[in-house]
Design a protein around this ligand. Structure first.
Ligand SMILES: [Zn+2]
Length: 328
């Protein structure tokens, strides 16, 4: 299945088809349907009765097996769950042992006599060892084998891997298309949710997350020390990753800088008025410094460091912005 906004991009697949690249790299922002697109490509590569435009037929034995998730010549490689608790505080990686399994798979002969396809998602979750192991396979690709790499962050892939792939950019839908989709799936808060997700329409809204985020925003609009410290404790109790908090707060700070320059805010449009009022007399340099601090923490967003302490520290910096403000 291809989401409607990605349908025009299939034409590029169609165009490159004759060259039969050994490896494809499909990249674009999260939440736009890249995995579904990649699976559609895999199904097409395996289909035994291709339709016009190199579309999979959906009916042949191969398509049937693919749709049952039991095609013996297809391998989906994803990070293993870090542990059974599925804690989002642990970084999920594709390790070298997993890539070795791909190597074994690549050298088998195809069960159905056609090609074999391995899909790696997301490709940037390979650690260095795994990426190097994959590079070796890409340098001498076994006959009949196609790799599909899918990436949210192409800049995190080895240049040597990228250069061996046929690269195809998958784009975000325009606002109207995205909004129509989100309205259909999330109802009346659609515009706010879509803005928060940066215009990418595919996301899962977890109730616990949503609620904690809704609690955070009024606190940031009217910060008080004790309430913020309480918030840090209750965020920590939910065992959410620091990355989640950094995402929420940096979007707020970015909106503050926009509001300060009298530009429409991007992520929290329902707070436009408040953001404009509170940011009017804040020191822009201090605001940027705090954004930089959050950015610097991003690489540690999935580590199990003391999340509560990090939040408290950031809140204190945030309050200091306001103390300058009150002194004026
Ligand atoms: Zn088919």
């Amino acid at each position: 299945m291809i989401y409607p906004w990605l349908t025009p991009i299939w034409q590029q697949i169609d165009r490159y088809w004759q060259q039969q690249p050994h490896a494809w790299l499909l990249y674009g922002p999260p939440g736009i349907g890249k995995l579904a697109f990649a699976e559609h490509l895999a199904q097409a590569l395996l289909c035994e009765s291709l339709q016009s435009g190199h579309q999979p037929c959906g009916h042949c034995p191969s398509c049937h097996l693919f749709n049952q998730h039991s095609h013996p010549d297809f391998l989906l490689v994803s990070p293993e769950e870090a542990d059974e608790s599925k804690s989002e505080r642990k970084l999920a990686l594709i390790k070298v042992e997993t890539v070795r399994k791909v190597l074994d798979f690549a050298h088998l002969s195809a069960h159905r006599g056609g090609r074999r396809v391995a899909l790696i998602y997301p490709a940037e979750s390979m650690n260095t060892q795994a990426a190097n192991a994959l590079l070796k396979i890409l340098e001498e690709p076994p006959a009949g084998m196609t790799f599909i790499l899918v990436s949210h962050h192409k800049d995190r892939l080895l240049p040597t891997i990228k250069s061996r792939c046929r690269q195809v950019a998958l784009l975000k839908p325009n606002h109207q298309q995205a909004l129509a989709y989100v309205e259909q799936h999330h109802g009346d808060q659609a515009a706010d949710l879509l803005a928060f997700h940066g215009g990418a329409p595919l996301f899962e809204e977890e109730t616990a997350h949503n609620q904690l985020r809704q609690e955070l925003l009024p606190l940031l609009a009217k910060p008080r020390l004790l309430a913020l410290m309480d918030y840090a404790a209750s965020f920590d109790k939910q065992k959410l990753a620091l990355a989640t908090f950094l995402d929420w707060m940096s979007k707020w700070l970015i909106d503050m800088t926009l509001a300060q320059q009298k530009i429409p805010v991007k992520f929290y449009p329902q707070w436009q008025q408040t953001l404009a009022e509170i940011s009017a007399s804040l020191d822009p340099l201090a605001l940027f410094a705090l954004i930089d601090k959050l950015t610097a923490l991003t690489p540690y967003g999935r580590h199990t460091l003391n999340v509560k302490m990090q939040l408290e520290d950031l809140f204190i910096d945030y309050l200091q912005l306001w103390q300058h403000h009150n002194n004026q």
